[in-house]
Design a protein around this ligand. Sequence first.
Ligand SMILES: [Zn+2]
Length: 78
Amino acid sequence: MSANRPASADIRASVLDPLQMTSEQDRQLHGKTCARCPRQDDLRPGGMAYVRSGQDGTGRLGYPVNVCPDHADTGGAW
Ligand SMILES: [Zn+2]
């Protein structure tokens, strides 16, 4: 898998491709880690992340994600 992706990538910043998601993104998407970093403790609701869906890729599935205290004020106006 690619190691080029910056660790600080915010999964809320773009619509994820389910066929190209990393295991890290999968954990973020399911709220097991912060939406922006690998932190797993002291998480709180952090808005929604979106994944492409449907045969033509134009559908969107939304997932409620969590953020850590360091990133609780990022991600736009949720
Ligand atoms: Zn974080």
